[in-house]
Design a binder for this molecule. Structure first.
Ligand SMILES: Nc1ncnc2c1ncn2[C@@H]1O[C@H](COP(=O)(O)OP(=O)(O)OP(=O)(O)O)[C@@H](O)[C@H]1O
Ligand SMILES: [Mg+2]
Length: 555
């Protein structure tokens, strides 16, 4: 080949190789670029899936919307919270609908424009079904290049349940402190009433010749009687009253009271009973269940001035079927449900929220003390039960009371042996202990009038000393339960060391607790408890009954 041609060929080969290298390089960088792109795409998809899952599965409600409120996206929690039905129709939905007013929504958008976000704003929204929802709202705005809001991303934390529990706790604490106060006052008040009652009785007896004066004393006695009923209600409410539950059948108790309840309701109100079959037994104090029934039926009567229907129903319900607002206090698996409903005037929300407060009444002065439902509440607490109320103005009211059911049935009761021996009385010595001086004096006088020798003591310690000093030659003891230095029960236990079956009458302003209950549980006829304030007749009768025991044991 000529020299020039060879040179051309070389140049051509070099040129082709350079182009080949460039092409190879170009292709390989294209492939690499493509791979990088694919990797990026995969990473993007993964990240998208991750955040979508975070959005969809979050238990907090997340809503993305335009500044005019039109919804772009909402997660399942949000759908449920606000009650939106299906995502497909969301384009017609506006988040403004759940805000109480347009002003509330607009203020959110204005803050977003100014600050770009809103953090932890508490507000009450309204779900699509009308439910009020307390929520904490946090929201971020996304802006475009011109600084205009494109979308708003809002998270709503539902506080509704918390708020309700908080309110219930607050109410429970309020009731608790009022109960303590009421109980304390009622206890002291009982001592005073006991003195009034007794002196009124003395007055009646001393003024037999002066009829007018005797009438006055009768009035004092009657008034003190009413006052004593009032303190009794307070003590029941404050749970200081004796609580001695027994196994009872709710149906039996209702049947026993049917006549009384019907007469309470009068002729214009019909009483319907719907008693469930095979109710389990429950541990309850019959007097208190009776009181619950009376209080609820009285309220129903007052709520139906133009007549109506009261329905009393009983059922056995499983714990799991009860919508407890708070955790149940008892661990029973079943509850006995007592429902008392009326077709009366019903209550508005304010009355419902305050009805259990003692002294809360909407009735005119002299018509209601406002203690009826406070007592019901106290009794249900005592029974570790639960009360629910549904009421609507002009529609009526339903009270649902859940008593924990017992899985026991009562053992056959042995007939008690009545002692009616009438032994002649010998001269007896009574040891009397009471720290409230006026009551001590009054009791001393009565016992003296009854013909007993009385040794009086101002507290338990003095009583024990007096007992020792007369070498246990005491026939009968009358002891106040709560006294300084040494209480009545403790004093009695010391006396029992010498005289195990010493007849005793305990006087108590309220349940002095386990010791007294334990003593009584022994079911010994020589131990009797009388609640203050008692009527003179009751006191005399009880002391006489105890002294007959002495007579019998010494006969
Ligand atoms: N069945 C009912 N229907 C309508 N309102 C009721 C009903 N039960 C209770 N209330 C309302 O609750 C308030 C408190 O009731 P509660 O029984 O505690 O007191 P009271 O009935 O007013 O007085 P008291 O029972 O001490 O004589 C009542 O004044 C009434 O407004
Ligand atoms: Mg009432």
């Amino acid at each position: 080949l000529p020299e020039a041609a060879a040179e051309h060929l070389r140049i051509l080969i070099v040129g082709v190789s350079v182009i080949a290298v460039i092409v190879v390089f170009f292709i390989s960088s294209l492939v690499a670029g493509n791979q990088r792109l694919r990797k990026k795409h995969i990473a993007l998809r993964k990240s998208e899936a991750k955040y979508r899952s975070l959005f969809e599965r979050s238990k907090e409600s997340i809503v993305i919307f335009r500044p005019d409120g039109s919804i772009l996206d909402i997660n399942d929690a949000g759908m449920e919270l606000f009650g939106f039905e299906c995502k497909e129709t969301l384009s017609h939905c506006n988040i403004k609908q759940v805000y109480p007013s347009d002003v509330d929504f607009d203020s959110l958008v204005i803050t977003l424009m100014e600050k770009g976000f809103v953090k932890d704003r508490e507000l009450v929204l309204r779900g699509r079904d009308g439910r009020m929802l307390t929520v904490i709202e946090s929201c971020n705005a996304v802006f475009d290049d011109q600084g205009q809001i494109v979308t708003c991303e809002s998270i709503y934390h539902d506080l509704t349940q918390w708020k309700r529990l908080e309110e219930e706790l607050f109410n429970a604490q309020k009731l608790e402190s009022i109960a303590t106060l009421a109980g304390g006052v009622a206890h002291d008040f009982n001592n005073i009433l006991a003195v009034i009652l007794m002196n009124a009785q003395f007055g009646i007896e001393d003024s037999k010749s002066a009829v007018q004066l005797q009438n006055r004393f009768q009035e004092i006695k009657k008034a003190a009687g009413y006052a004593s009923e009032l303190t009794q209600k307070l003590l029941t409410f404050s749970r200081r009253q004796e609580f001695e539950p027994e196994l009872v059948q709710l149906n039996d108790m209702i049947a026993e009271n049917e006549d009384v309840l019907a007469s309470l309701l009068g002729e214009t109100i019909r009483l319907d009973l719907d008693l469930g079959s095979r109710l389990p037994y429950m541990l309850a104090t019959p007097v208190q269940v009776h009181q619950v029934l009376m209080n609820l039926v009285t309220n129903a009567h007052d709520a139906m001035p133009d007549g109506g229907v009261v329905r009393i129903a009983t059922r056995c319900v499983a714990k799991d079927d009860i919508p407890f607002e708070t955790s149940p206090k008892a661990d029973s698996r079943h509850y006995v449900l007592l429902t008392v409903s009326d077709t009366g005037v019903g209550m508005d929300d304010t009355t419902v929220s305050r009805m259990f407060e003692p002294f809360f009444t909407t009735k005119e002065v002299g018509k209601g003390t406002g203690l009826g439902l406070a007592v019901v509440h106290g009794i249900m607490e005592r029974h570790r039960g639960h009360v629910r109320v549904v009421s609507e103005p002009e529609k009526g009211t339903t009270f649902m009371l859940y008593f924990p059911a017992s899985d026991k049935t009562p053992a056959a009761v042995l007939p008690s042996v009545m002692h009616t021996s009438k032994q002649p009385q010998r001269h007896l010595t009574v040891l009397l202990a009471e720290d409230y001086e006026r009551l001590l004096k009054a009791n001393e006088q009565i016992l003296g009038n009854m013909g007993y020798s009385v040794i009086a003591a101002a507290n338990g310690l003095e009583a024990v000393r007096a007992f020792e000093a007369c070498h246990g030659n005491i026939d009968l003891a009358v002891l106040d339960v709560v006294m300084p230095e040494l209480g009545g029960v403790e004093a009695y236990q010391k006396m029992q060391e010498r005289t195990p079956r010493l007849p005793v009458l305990f006087l108590t302003g309220y349940d002095a607790g386990r010791t007294l209950t334990n003593l009584k549980r022994l079911n010994q006829e020589h131990i009797v408890v009388l609640n203050k304030p008692y009527y003179l007749e009751e006191f005399v009768e009880t002391v006489e009954k105890l002294s007959r025991l002495v007579a019998r044991s010494t006969a």
